[in-house]
Design a protein around this ligand. Structure first.
Ligand code: SAM
Length: 210
Protein backbone atom coordinates (compact mmCIF):
# COMPACT_ATOMS: atom_id res chain seq x y z
CA UNK A 1 0.00 0.00 0.00
CA UNK A 2 1.19 3.52 -0.65
CA UNK A 3 1.16 5.94 2.28
CA UNK A 4 -1.90 7.73 0.93
CA UNK A 5 -3.77 4.43 0.46
CA UNK A 6 -2.90 3.42 4.03
CA UNK A 7 -4.05 6.79 5.39
CA UNK A 8 -7.34 6.54 3.52
CA UNK A 9 -7.68 2.96 4.81
CA UNK A 10 -7.11 4.03 8.42
CA UNK A 11 -9.63 6.88 8.17
CA UNK A 12 -12.42 5.27 6.15
CA UNK A 13 -12.29 1.53 6.76
CA UNK A 14 -14.09 1.72 10.14
CA UNK A 15 -17.01 3.49 8.40
CA UNK A 16 -17.09 1.87 4.97
CA UNK A 17 -15.63 -1.59 5.59
CA UNK A 18 -17.82 -4.68 5.96
CA UNK A 19 -16.71 -7.97 7.54
CA UNK A 20 -17.64 -11.52 6.58
CA UNK A 21 -17.53 -12.42 10.30
CA UNK A 22 -20.60 -10.24 10.85
CA UNK A 23 -22.68 -12.65 8.78
CA UNK A 24 -25.76 -11.77 6.78
CA UNK A 25 -25.78 -8.15 5.73
CA UNK A 26 -28.70 -5.83 6.44
CA UNK A 27 -28.49 -3.69 3.30
CA UNK A 28 -30.77 -0.98 4.56
CA UNK A 29 -28.73 -0.37 7.68
CA UNK A 30 -25.40 -0.70 5.79
CA UNK A 31 -26.36 2.16 3.43
CA UNK A 32 -28.90 3.99 5.55
CA UNK A 33 -31.50 3.73 2.82
CA UNK A 34 -33.25 1.27 0.52
CA UNK A 35 -32.05 1.63 -3.07
CA UNK A 36 -30.80 -0.18 -6.15
CA UNK A 37 -27.94 -2.47 -5.04
CA UNK A 38 -24.98 -3.38 -7.24
CA UNK A 39 -22.27 -5.92 -6.33
CA UNK A 40 -18.85 -5.59 -7.99
CA UNK A 41 -16.54 -8.59 -7.68
CA UNK A 42 -12.78 -7.96 -7.89
CA UNK A 43 -12.76 -4.16 -8.35
CA UNK A 44 -8.95 -4.01 -8.69
CA UNK A 45 -7.77 -0.47 -7.88
CA UNK A 46 -11.38 0.72 -7.76
CA UNK A 47 -11.19 3.42 -10.40
CA UNK A 48 -14.15 2.25 -12.45
CA UNK A 49 -16.22 1.40 -9.35
CA UNK A 50 -15.68 4.93 -8.02
CA UNK A 51 -16.65 6.38 -11.40
CA UNK A 52 -19.84 4.29 -11.53
CA UNK A 53 -20.80 5.25 -7.99
CA UNK A 54 -20.31 8.92 -8.88
CA UNK A 55 -22.40 8.51 -12.05
CA UNK A 56 -25.19 6.67 -10.22
CA UNK A 57 -25.64 8.46 -6.89
CA UNK A 58 -29.06 6.87 -6.39
CA UNK A 59 -27.61 3.34 -6.46
CA UNK A 60 -25.61 1.64 -3.69
CA UNK A 61 -22.48 -0.35 -4.51
CA UNK A 62 -20.85 -3.22 -2.64
CA UNK A 63 -17.27 -3.79 -3.76
CA UNK A 64 -15.37 -7.00 -3.00
CA UNK A 65 -11.62 -7.30 -3.43
CA UNK A 66 -8.96 -9.56 -1.88
CA UNK A 67 -6.01 -7.27 -2.68
CA UNK A 68 -5.53 -4.77 0.16
CA UNK A 69 -3.81 -1.99 -1.87
CA UNK A 70 -6.89 -2.02 -4.14
CA UNK A 71 -9.11 -1.51 -1.10
CA UNK A 72 -6.90 1.39 0.01
CA UNK A 73 -6.98 2.88 -3.49
CA UNK A 74 -10.79 2.70 -3.68
CA UNK A 75 -11.11 4.28 -0.22
CA UNK A 76 -8.87 7.11 -1.42
CA UNK A 77 -11.13 7.69 -4.47
CA UNK A 78 -14.16 7.65 -2.15
CA UNK A 79 -12.57 10.22 0.13
CA UNK A 80 -11.46 12.49 -2.72
CA UNK A 81 -14.87 12.40 -4.40
CA UNK A 82 -16.96 12.31 -1.20
CA UNK A 83 -18.69 9.11 -2.33
CA UNK A 84 -21.19 7.85 0.22
CA UNK A 85 -22.72 5.03 -1.79
CA UNK A 86 -19.96 2.37 -1.62
CA UNK A 87 -19.28 -0.26 1.06
CA UNK A 88 -16.37 -2.69 0.83
CA UNK A 89 -15.54 -6.26 1.71
CA UNK A 90 -11.79 -6.96 1.81
CA UNK A 91 -12.26 -10.68 1.37
CA UNK A 92 -12.87 -13.55 -1.03
CA UNK A 93 -16.02 -12.96 -3.09
CA UNK A 94 -17.08 -16.59 -2.58
CA UNK A 95 -17.23 -16.08 1.19
CA UNK A 96 -19.15 -12.82 0.80
CA UNK A 97 -21.68 -14.35 -1.58
CA UNK A 98 -22.34 -17.37 0.61
CA UNK A 99 -22.28 -15.81 4.07
CA UNK A 100 -23.24 -12.16 3.75
CA UNK A 101 -25.59 -11.43 0.87
CA UNK A 102 -29.31 -12.06 1.30
CA UNK A 103 -31.02 -14.09 -1.42
CA UNK A 104 -32.80 -12.09 -4.14
CA UNK A 105 -31.30 -8.81 -2.92
CA UNK A 106 -29.15 -7.55 -5.82
CA UNK A 107 -30.18 -5.57 -8.89
CA UNK A 108 -26.87 -6.05 -10.68
CA UNK A 109 -23.70 -8.09 -10.26
CA UNK A 110 -20.58 -6.94 -12.10
CA UNK A 111 -17.48 -8.95 -12.89
CA UNK A 112 -15.10 -6.88 -14.98
CA UNK A 113 -11.88 -8.32 -16.38
CA UNK A 114 -11.59 -11.25 -13.96
CA UNK A 115 -8.23 -13.07 -13.85
CA UNK A 116 -8.20 -14.89 -17.22
CA UNK A 117 -6.02 -17.90 -16.29
CA UNK A 118 -4.61 -18.11 -19.82
CA UNK A 119 -3.04 -21.57 -19.62
CA UNK A 120 -5.38 -24.41 -20.49
CA UNK A 121 -4.43 -26.41 -17.41
CA UNK A 122 -5.42 -23.41 -15.25
CA UNK A 123 -8.80 -22.79 -16.94
CA UNK A 124 -10.61 -24.52 -14.08
CA UNK A 125 -9.45 -21.73 -11.75
CA UNK A 126 -11.57 -19.21 -13.68
CA UNK A 127 -14.23 -17.77 -11.42
CA UNK A 128 -16.99 -18.11 -14.02
CA UNK A 129 -18.19 -21.72 -13.64
CA UNK A 130 -21.72 -23.12 -13.65
CA UNK A 131 -21.77 -23.60 -9.88
CA UNK A 132 -20.57 -20.01 -9.30
CA UNK A 133 -23.25 -18.65 -11.63
CA UNK A 134 -25.96 -20.50 -9.71
CA UNK A 135 -24.78 -18.86 -6.48
CA UNK A 136 -24.83 -15.45 -8.18
CA UNK A 137 -28.30 -16.13 -9.55
CA UNK A 138 -29.66 -16.87 -6.07
CA UNK A 139 -28.49 -13.43 -4.91
CA UNK A 140 -29.99 -11.53 -7.85
CA UNK A 141 -33.54 -10.26 -7.70
CA UNK A 142 -35.81 -11.66 -10.37
CA UNK A 143 -34.96 -9.55 -13.44
CA UNK A 144 -31.56 -8.61 -11.95
CA UNK A 145 -28.56 -8.62 -14.28
CA UNK A 146 -25.18 -10.36 -14.19
CA UNK A 147 -22.76 -8.27 -16.27
CA UNK A 148 -19.34 -9.64 -17.20
CA UNK A 149 -16.57 -8.16 -19.33
CA UNK A 150 -13.24 -9.56 -20.47
CA UNK A 151 -10.50 -8.67 -22.94
CA UNK A 152 -9.42 -12.31 -23.38
CA UNK A 153 -11.40 -13.86 -26.22
CA UNK A 154 -11.09 -17.50 -25.05
CA UNK A 155 -12.46 -16.43 -21.66
CA UNK A 156 -15.32 -14.56 -23.37
CA UNK A 157 -16.18 -17.77 -25.22
CA UNK A 158 -15.93 -19.77 -21.99
CA UNK A 159 -18.24 -17.26 -20.24
CA UNK A 160 -20.73 -17.51 -23.10
CA UNK A 161 -20.71 -21.34 -22.94
CA UNK A 162 -21.19 -21.44 -19.18
CA UNK A 163 -23.86 -18.72 -19.14
CA UNK A 164 -25.78 -20.29 -22.01
CA UNK A 165 -26.04 -23.52 -20.00
CA UNK A 166 -26.98 -21.81 -16.74
CA UNK A 167 -30.61 -22.47 -15.77
CA UNK A 168 -32.70 -19.43 -14.96
CA UNK A 169 -30.46 -16.96 -16.78
CA UNK A 170 -31.35 -15.32 -20.11
CA UNK A 171 -29.01 -13.48 -22.46
CA UNK A 172 -30.29 -9.89 -22.75
CA UNK A 173 -28.82 -9.55 -26.25
CA UNK A 174 -30.18 -12.84 -27.60
CA UNK A 175 -28.82 -16.38 -27.63
CA UNK A 176 -25.05 -16.51 -28.17
CA UNK A 177 -24.74 -12.73 -28.58
CA UNK A 178 -22.27 -10.46 -26.81
CA UNK A 179 -23.65 -7.13 -25.60
CA UNK A 180 -22.53 -3.64 -26.57
CA UNK A 181 -20.80 -1.95 -23.62
CA UNK A 182 -23.56 -0.27 -21.59
CA UNK A 183 -23.03 3.26 -20.24
CA UNK A 184 -22.93 1.82 -16.72
CA UNK A 185 -19.45 0.34 -17.42
CA UNK A 186 -16.85 3.09 -17.73
CA UNK A 187 -13.93 2.57 -20.11
CA UNK A 188 -10.75 2.14 -18.09
CA UNK A 189 -7.30 3.51 -19.00
CA UNK A 190 -6.13 -0.02 -19.57
CA UNK A 191 -9.03 -0.66 -21.93
CA UNK A 192 -8.36 2.55 -23.89
CA UNK A 193 -4.78 1.41 -24.38
CA UNK A 194 -6.06 -2.00 -25.52
CA UNK A 195 -8.41 -0.34 -28.02
CA UNK A 196 -5.48 1.61 -29.51
CA UNK A 197 -3.57 -1.66 -29.87
CA UNK A 198 -6.55 -3.25 -31.58
CA UNK A 199 -7.52 -5.55 -28.70
CA UNK A 200 -11.16 -6.45 -28.22
CA UNK A 201 -13.42 -6.34 -25.18
CA UNK A 202 -16.45 -8.58 -24.78
CA UNK A 203 -19.42 -7.75 -22.56
CA UNK A 204 -21.99 -10.36 -21.56
CA UNK A 205 -25.25 -9.44 -19.84
CA UNK A 206 -27.59 -12.08 -18.51
CA UNK A 207 -30.86 -11.53 -16.65
CA UNK A 208 -32.29 -13.72 -13.90
CA UNK A 209 -35.57 -15.04 -15.24
CA UNK A 210 -36.74 -17.24 -12.35
C1 SAM B 1 -7.50 -8.72 -13.54
S1 SAM B 1 -8.02 -7.86 -12.12
C2 SAM B 1 -9.31 -6.78 -12.70
C3 SAM B 1 -9.60 -5.66 -11.78
C4 SAM B 1 -10.72 -4.70 -12.17
N1 SAM B 1 -12.02 -5.33 -12.22
C5 SAM B 1 -10.42 -4.00 -13.48
O1 SAM B 1 -11.24 -4.12 -14.41
O2 SAM B 1 -9.39 -3.32 -13.57
C6 SAM B 1 -8.94 -9.10 -11.21
C7 SAM B 1 -9.16 -8.69 -9.76
O3 SAM B 1 -10.00 -9.65 -9.10
C8 SAM B 1 -9.52 -9.84 -7.79
N2 SAM B 1 -10.00 -11.16 -7.36
C9 SAM B 1 -9.67 -12.37 -7.89
N3 SAM B 1 -10.33 -13.36 -7.27
C10 SAM B 1 -11.11 -12.77 -6.32
C11 SAM B 1 -12.01 -13.28 -5.35
N4 SAM B 1 -12.25 -14.59 -5.23
N5 SAM B 1 -12.64 -12.40 -4.54
C12 SAM B 1 -12.40 -11.07 -4.65
N6 SAM B 1 -11.54 -10.53 -5.55
C13 SAM B 1 -10.91 -11.37 -6.37
C14 SAM B 1 -8.01 -9.72 -7.91
O4 SAM B 1 -7.39 -9.40 -6.68
C15 SAM B 1 -7.89 -8.61 -8.95
O5 SAM B 1 -7.82 -7.33 -8.34
Amino acid sequence: MTTSQQKAFDRLWPKKGLAVENGLLDLESAFGRRSTVVLEIGFGMGQSLAEMAANEPDADFIGVEVHKPGVGALLRHMEEQSLENIRIFWDDANEVIDKCLPDASLDRVQLFFPDPWHKKRHNKRRIVQLEFVQRIRAKLKSGGVFHMATDWEPYAEHMMEVMSEAPGMENISGVGQFSPRPDTRPVTKFEKRGERLGHGVWDLMFRRVD
